[in-house]
Design a protein around this ligand. Structure first.
Ligand code: 5CA
Length: 445
């Protein structure tokens, strides 16, 4: 993409309404614009990152054997009356009447709708196990929407639902989700720690939240510092192997790690004092096992192997897709702007032309642009007639992990400069070598 043909409305001023760094940088980098309280338009740069995060979530869910689909944002109140949550959900639910005076709502989550789809189509244990998911906009009329996309009213969520014959199978689905979430967050360059949590309006007493440690996080968390040494890494996993998935769950949840809702001082006191941590975290996902709560209320039964009709065991599993942009920026930035991890960056690298209009520099940038594109990469070429300082400031703000700087002086010696956004280190090399290096970096992502 050439910057002169793109839409990147970067702000010079720091917006006064933004209290935390991710919100400030998302506004300044022209990624989002508030439409009304807690509701945002996703401008091209923000939309690109959102799509990359979504793609990682899709990849990892499909790898785990979960099936993508799409349910609507607007739901009928009927189903929610069946489960009893129409009254329970309270003011967070946005209620709407259609022209026939029928009660509708903008879905805050989808347990009812998916259970209805299940009961209408599945009646035998032979069709189980089954896990369906979608990535769809949700609406929760939060009393205090704040911090930009972090606590929105309209937000994008991946929500998945498992249907199993037995509790044991449903717990395997739970473990599968835990593993797939660990992989997803790591691909986004994040460490998200599973912590024992509270079921809230979704229900169930077996649930973990995934938290990214950050001072600006809304949740208070208590944990054993040893847990921060764990990474899932490159290991192979067979998602059909119950024991293997359970071992990962045990590895990642055996140390003390809880949110304030489930925190227990007495148990926490057993953690050696030097490892006890009290901190804040951003909740980027949550998994639930809630057994037959919805299947019993809504009559989602299957015929078991012995011919008896039994309610299915269920769980639901969410990832805060739009919130993740905020969480990643909170975890990865400096005083100049965002530093995108390679896994989610909107463009693979930037090209800065130090002297736009100089025939040689322009030609070198064009050929570099073509070389990168031919390697399947997407560069952002700053081809504006601006001074170098302004171009660098824009690149630093929008946070592309790699920048190639092209100027007449370097070209005289046949070199351009490749700079890492994270370390600030630069290296001179030929344009061909720079393109090859960037391709090599992304081959492993
Ligand atoms: N049905 C379950 C799981 S599918 C559910 O709704 N879970 S949840 O309430 O925990 O939401 C899942 C994730 O969505 C949360 O972990 C959080 O990352 C994100 N989320 C929740 N509320 C908001 C909000 N107001 N703004 C942005 N993201 C949110």
């Amino acid at each position: 993409m050439r910057l002169t043909r793109y839409f990147l409305p970067v702000l010079k001023e720091t917006p006064s309404e933004a209290q935390i760094v991710s919100h400030r940088y998302m506004l300044r980098a022209g990624m989002i614009k508030q439409a009304s309280a807690g509701i945002y338009s996703w401008l091209p740069l923000g939309y690109k990152v959102l799509r990359r995060i979504e793609q990682i979530v899709h990849d990892e869910q499909i790898r785990a054997g979960h099936i993508p689909m799409l349910m609507p944002t607007l739901q009928s109140a009927e189903l929610w009356r069946e489960s009893g949550r129409y009254d329970d959900y309270g003011q967070e639910m946005l209620r709407i009447k259609d022209r026939h005076d029928r009660d509708m709502l903008y879905g805050p989550t989808n347990e009812e709708l998916i259970t209805d789809i299940f009961r209408s189509n599945v009646s035998s244990y032979r069709d189980l196990p089954l896990t369906l998911y979608h990535i769809q906009w949700k609406f929760r009329d939060e009393i205090r929407p704040r911090f930009g996309v972090m606590r929105g009213r309209e937000f994008l969520m991946k929500d998945g639902y498992n249907f199993d014959l037995t509790k044991e199978d449903a717990l395997h689905a739970y473990n599968r989700h835990l593993v797939s979430y660990l992989r997803s967050y790591e691909r986004m360059g994040l460490q998200a720690i599973p912590m024992r949590a509270d079921g809230g309006p979704i229900g169930g007493d077996y649930t973990h939240e995934f938290l990214v440690l950050a001072e600006t996080g809304e949740s208070e968390v208590f944990y054993d510092s040893e847990i921060t040494d764990l990474t899932f890494g490159e290991r192979e996993i067979d998602y059909d192997d119950h024991a293997q998935c359970k071992a990962v769950l045990e590895e990642f949840t055996s140390r003390y790690a809880r949110t304030d809702e489930t925190h227990d001082e007495a148990i926490f006191a057993e953690v050696p004092e030097e490892r006890r941590r009290v901190a804040r975290g951003i909740e980027v996902g949550q998994i639930f096992y809630f057994g037959t709560k919805y299947s019993e209320a809504m009559g989602a039964n299957v015929q078991g192997p012995d011919g008896q009709s039994v309610p299915v065991h269920m769980g639901s599993h969410g990832i805060g897709v739009s919130r993740l942009l905020g969480a990643i920026i909170e975890a990865s930035h400096d005083d100049k702007g965002i530093i995108w991890p390679e896994g989610v960056t909107p463009f693979h690298c930037g090209i800065v032309n130090l002297k736009q209009g100089d025939a040689e520099a322009d030609a070198a940038c064009e050929s570099l642009y073509k070389a990168l594109t031919a390697k399947g990469l997407e560069p952002l070429y700053d081809d504006r007639k601006e001074r170098a300082g302004g171009k660098f400031a824009t690149m630093d703000l929008i946070g592309l992990p790699w920048r190639i700087t092209v100027g007449p002086r370097g070209l005289k010696n046949g070199v351009v400069e490749l700079t890492s956004r994270r370390t600030g280190e630069s290296e001179e090399m030929s344009p061909e070598a720079a393109a090859a290096r960037v391709a090599e970096i992304y081959a492993g992502v």
